[in-house]
Design a protein around this ligand. Structure first.
Ligand SMILES: [Zn+2]
Length: 300
C-alpha cells in the first residue's frame, strides 16, 4: 500500500492544446475525473501572471472552477521562472507576486501555503539554493517536493501534435505508453523509497494541467488503486519526516531543470546509480519525432 498526494502543475496554461479545447475545459475534465474517483484532495499549482502573459485563457475562471470544486491552489510563481537562470531576488519577487494574487483573489482558499519550484529547479549554486529555501520558509510557504513523476507533460504536447498531423491512429499507443510509464514510475518510486528510508513513504505525484493528462486521469487513478495506492492530502504527505530538507547535504545535483526529491536524496547519499529514478520516455519521444517528420509508424 502506498499513500499518495496528487498535484497538478501549471494552472491555467500548460503545454499545447488541440484547436477547440479550452484551458477551462481541460481543467474541468481533471476536476470531473477526480470527482468520479471520489477524490477530495488534490493541489493545483498556479502561475498567476497568465492573465497578462496569455490573455483570453480564462485564467481566473479556471482558478475559480478549481477552488470551487474544493481543491487546493498553491503557488508555482507568477511567471514560472527557472531559479537556475534567475537571481534569488528576481525569483522571490515572482513568488511574492503569486502569493499576493492568491490571497487577494482567493482569500481563505486552501493551499496557498504550498510552493512548487517551476521545473523543480532549486538553484544552480549552493548559496542560492540555501538562501531561497530559507526565504521561502520564512514566508510560511511549504515546498511541495515530488517523488513520483513520469513526465506526463511529454504526452500532452505529443497528443496535440498527433491532432495537428492528423495522426490520431497513434492514440492507442500514446494511451498504452502513458499508463505503462505511470506503472513503472510507481514501482521505481517504491524501490527507491525502500532503499532510502526502509519503508514506503507517502509519495507526492507530479502531474500537469494538460490535455492528455485530463484524458487519461480516470484510467491512471484506477491503475494506481489497483497497484495499491491510496490518496491523501498534500499536507499529510509532506508531514512525513522524509520531506525534511535537512536530509540533504551539499552534494545535490544541479542542472537546467531540477530533480525529484528522491533523486536529490539519492544523489546526496551517493546511491543514485543503483536506483531506477526516472522512467524512460524513449517510446513517446520516438512517436513525437515520427509525427513531426510525417514518417510511417515503425513497428513496435
Ligand atoms: Zn510548472
Amino acid at each position: 500500500m502506498s499513500q499518495m498526494a496528487l498535484t497538478f502543475d501549471d494552472l491555467p496554461v500548460h503545454e499545447t492544446r488541440p484547436p477547440g479545447r479550452s484551458r477551462l475545459g481541460i481543467t474541468q475534465a481533471i476536476i470531473d475525473a477526480l470527482r468520479s474517483q471520489g477524490i477530495t484532495h488534490a493541489c493545483g499549482f498556479a502561475n498567476t501572471s497568465v492573465e497578462v502573459d496569455h490573455p483570453g485563457e480564462q485564467a481566473e475562471a479556471l482558478f475559480r472552477a478549481w477552488v470551487g470544486a474544493g481543491f487546493e491552489l498553491g503557488n508555482h510563481g507568477a511567471r514560472h521562472l527557472n531559479l537556475n537562470r534567475r537571481t534569488a531576488d528576481e525569483f522571490l519577487a515572482d513568488v511574492d507576486a503569486a502569493s499576493s494574487y492568491l490571497h487577494e483573489r482567493f482569500p481563505g482558499a486552501p493551499g496557498a501555503h504550498f510552493f512548487r519550484y517551476p521545473y523543480l529547479a532549486e538553484g544552480d549554486t549552493p548559496d542560492k539554493r540555501a538562501l531561497v529555501r530559507e526565504a521561502i520558509a520564512a514566508r510560511g510557504l511549504k515546498v511541495a517536493r515530488v517523488t513520483l513523476n513520469f513526465g506526463d507533460w511529454l504526452w500532452n504536447c505529443t497528443y496535440t501534435e498527433c491532432h495537428a498531423a492528423g495522426a490520431l491512429e497513434r492514440l492507442p499507443i500514446l494511451e498504452e505508453t502513458f499508463l505503462d510509464a505511470a506503472r513503472r514510475a510507481l514501482e521505481a518510486a517504491r524501490v527507491t523509497s525502500h532503499a532510502l528510508f526502509g519503508r514506503d513513504i507517502p509519495q507526492v505525484l507530479l502531474l500537469h494541467n494538460g490535455v492528455f493528462t485530463a484524458r487519461m486521469l480516470d484510467r491512471l487513478l484506477t491503475l494506481y488503486r489497483e497497484l495499491g495506492a491510496g490518496f491523501i492530502p498534500l499536507d499529510e504527505a509532506l508531514a512525513d519526516s522524509a520531506y525534511d530538507w535537512s536530509h540533504l547535504t551539499c552534494h545535490e545535483p544541479r542542472g537546467e531543470s531540477g530533480y525529484s526529491w528522491f533523486h536529490q536524496l539519492a544523489n546526496a547519499r551517493g546511491v543514485a546509480a543503483t536506483l531506477p529514478l526516472e522512467p524512460p520516455e524513449a517510446e513517446v519521444r520516438r512517436i513525437r519525432k515520427e509525427v513531426k517528420e510525417g514518417t510511417t509508424p515503425s513497428p513496435r
